[in-house]
Design a protein around this ligand. Structure first.
Ligand code: GLU
Length: 301
């Protein structure tokens, strides 16, 4: 991939989950993804990751649209709603199941907590594979009894199939002329990730990977907290024969207490700034220049 070709065909996206109000960090991330395509005449899409029926709320979707409009961010084409794409996630699950790469996991949250003697991965405890070890007869009996279950990817089997994988990383801040660097993916350290949840028809990993490919996303810009997710998405791309975009991971924003900004911290919600009379054009300009409201800084600074 030459950088000029990448710029010509650039498609980026902002993909919020409608589980709360957007904060300054979301606004910053969305502006950067948006601006990457404006500079290179690319396409910037908005995708609403609303497959989590218990936490996603229509009023948050409206609020996201309102907040982005307020900041002056416009997207190309229609908004993509993941909740309307469940058949595609199902088809991929069916395919992976048919290839023997998934297994049903009946563990409850409490079971998993209790069995967490396994080593922790970079993002916390790794599922110890309890249900991978179930005998076929036991598995069939529990399935036939209709016991609630998630579907997990047998990561070791998957990696044995794909071999070592690398993903293309571009530096942050984004530089259209930079050559991508390849990063060795390490999906195994995250354990057997869930691809279909008990309470949701797909997981973030599956829906995000499929949709980035379906939307022909060429560049994914997202937070440093999702580097591990990128390893998993690279594995899913290889298993499902999907192209792999270039990834740019940006630092997370932290508050005065050094803690990551979160949707629960209402004080730095974009809506809060709007209500307190902040000028959106000035805010967008400041964010673009890496200047954040008082008390907020990048985690690495
Ligand atoms: N819905 C995810 C989030 O809000 C999106 C992550 C991504 O950009 O892949 O964190």
């Amino acid at each position: 991939m030459t950088p000029s070709a990448a710029t010509q065909h650039m498609v980026t996206r902002f993909a919020p989950s409608p589980t709360g109000r957007l904060h300054v960090g979301h606004g910053w991330s969305a502006l950067m993804a948006h601006d990457m395509t404006r500079a290179g005449m690319g396409t910037f899409r908005l995708r609403i990751e609303d497959i989590d029926g218990t936490r996603s709320r229509p009023e948050h979707v409206e609020a996201i649209v309102e907040d982005l409009n307020w900041l002056g961010i416009e997207w190309d084409g229609n908004i993509i709603f993941q909740s309307r794409r469940l058949d595609r996630y199902d088809a991929a699950l069916e395919r992976l199941r048919g290839e023997g790469l998934l297994y049903p996991c009946f563990c409850t949250r409490a079971d998993i907590q209790a069995s967490m003697t396994a080593p922790h991965g970079p993002e916390g405890p790794v599922y110890p594979g309890t249900c991978r070890a179930l005998a076929d007869a036991e598995r069939s009996r529990r399935m036939a009894a209709g016991e609630p279950h998630a579907w997990r990817l047998d990561v070791a089997a998957a990696v044995a199939r794909t071999g070592a994988l690398r993903w293309n990383a571009l530096p942050f801040p984004f530089d259209a002329s930079a050559e991508p660097r390849t990063v060795l993916a390490a999906p195994a350290v995250h354990g057997d990730v869930v691809l279909a949840r008990k309470d949701a028809p797909a997981s973030y990993h599956l829906s995000c990977t499929l949709d980035d490919a379906a939307m022909e996303v060429s560049h994914v810009l997202r937070g440093d907290d999702l580097r591990g997710a990128t390893d998993i998405h690279r594995l899913l791309q290889a298993l499902l024969g999907l192209p792999s975009p270039a990834y740019i991971h940006h630092p997370l924003l932290v508050g005065a207490d050094g803690r990551r900004l979160a949707k629960r911290d209402g004080s730095i919600a974009l809506a809060e700034l709007r209500e307190s009379g902040v000028n959106p054009a000035a805010l967008a300009e400041a964010l673009r220049a890496g200047r954040f409201p008082v008390g907020i800084r990048t985690a690495s600074a």
